[in-house]
Write a protein that binds this ligand. Structure first.
Ligand code: ARG
Length: 275
């Protein structure tokens, strides 16, 4: 068994070495991308590669089988279908997604991460048309309910680092001199864990995501207040990738017209607010 494993490992190493040499000489089997029939360039041929930062249910998270599913995933699947390819998802920190560096370095074709369209991000990314309206939520442990930020004076409040929720809270704390210690976590799971174990008195983040967490953990966490930040999510492509941006916009528009958008909305998010 051991010998066989070694042999296999050696073979894999040899293959990797060949690929590396091939890469240098230019005769590699290495995937240098491809172009779909409709003229959209992709970083890997035959797949639409999506960058996201897990977990972010109900937009993207792993199901029991480890497959990444969610509202964003379903919408980008529509884009992939339109392009005649399949979607492959890469889980990577939000910082690299929102800064444009993952798209610029060719890690992925599109970013779908429950990401809010902001003027700052528009400088480094090209966004699709908005596909979702979001606001911020203040979440607390059941029984420790506070309704306002003012009540959190002297306490710790958690946010996901690099997000609009973090920005909003930092601005509020400064502007209103709230005396709250804002603690930034690297991903949503870490914020939720910190709140559930009382390391922070409250958390602020996107409302639909906290609603989902409350649903999954009934009786433990409650959304105590909301802040209407008027945010809108967009999918992002590398600056100047007008072909893919157009394909995404067309797929979303078609889904809105043929009822697919509403169906996916009720599957993943729930009842649609009257608009
Ligand atoms: N909507 C927020 C923002 O754009 C949070 C997004 C976090 N997304 C994620 N997949 N973790 O800043």
């Amino acid at each position: 068994m051991v010998a066989r494993r070694r042999t296999r490992k050696a073979a894999a190493l040899a293959a990797a070495a060949v690929m590396m040499i091939g890469g240098v000489t230019g005769c590699a089997k290495k995937d240098t991308g491809g172009t779909t029939a409709s003229g959209v360039a992709l970083v890997k041929s035959g797949v639409l590669t999506t960058c996201t930062h897990l977990p972010y249910a109900p937009f993207q998270s792993k199901d029991q089988t480890g497959k990444v599913v969610g509202f964003d995933v379903a919408l980008i699947d529509l884009v992939a279908t339109k392009l005649g390819v399949t979607q492959a998802i890469v889980d990577t920190p939000f910082e690299g997604i929102k800064s444009g560096s993952d798209l610029n370095s060719g890690k992925c074709d599109v970013a779908a991460a429950g990401m809010t369209i902001t003027d700052e991000r528009k400088k480094v990314l090209d966004f699709s048309e908005p596909y979702f309206d979001a606001t911020q939520a203040l979440s607390v442990v059941t029984g420790h309910e506070v309704k306002t930020l003012e009540e959190l004076k002297g306490k710790r409040l958690g946010v996901q680092g690099g997000t609009t929720g973090e920005e909003y809270i930092n601005a509020q704390v400064k502007e209103k001199n709230l005396g709250i210690t804002v603690v930034s976590y690297k991903d949503l799971a870490a914020v939720q864990q910190a709140l559930s174990t009382n390391q922070i008195a409250a958390a602020v983040g996107d409302l639909p995501v906290w609603n989902e967490y409350v649903k999954a953990n009934p009786g433990k966490i409650v959304v105590a207040a909301g802040f209407n930040t008027g945010e809108q999510y967009g999918f992002a492509v590398k600056k100047g990738n007008a072909e893919l941006q157009k394909a995404i916009n067309e797929a979303i528009a078609a889904a809105r017209t043929d009822g697919t958008y509403d169906k996916l909305y009720s599957t993943w998010i729930g009842e649609k607010p009257a608009s």
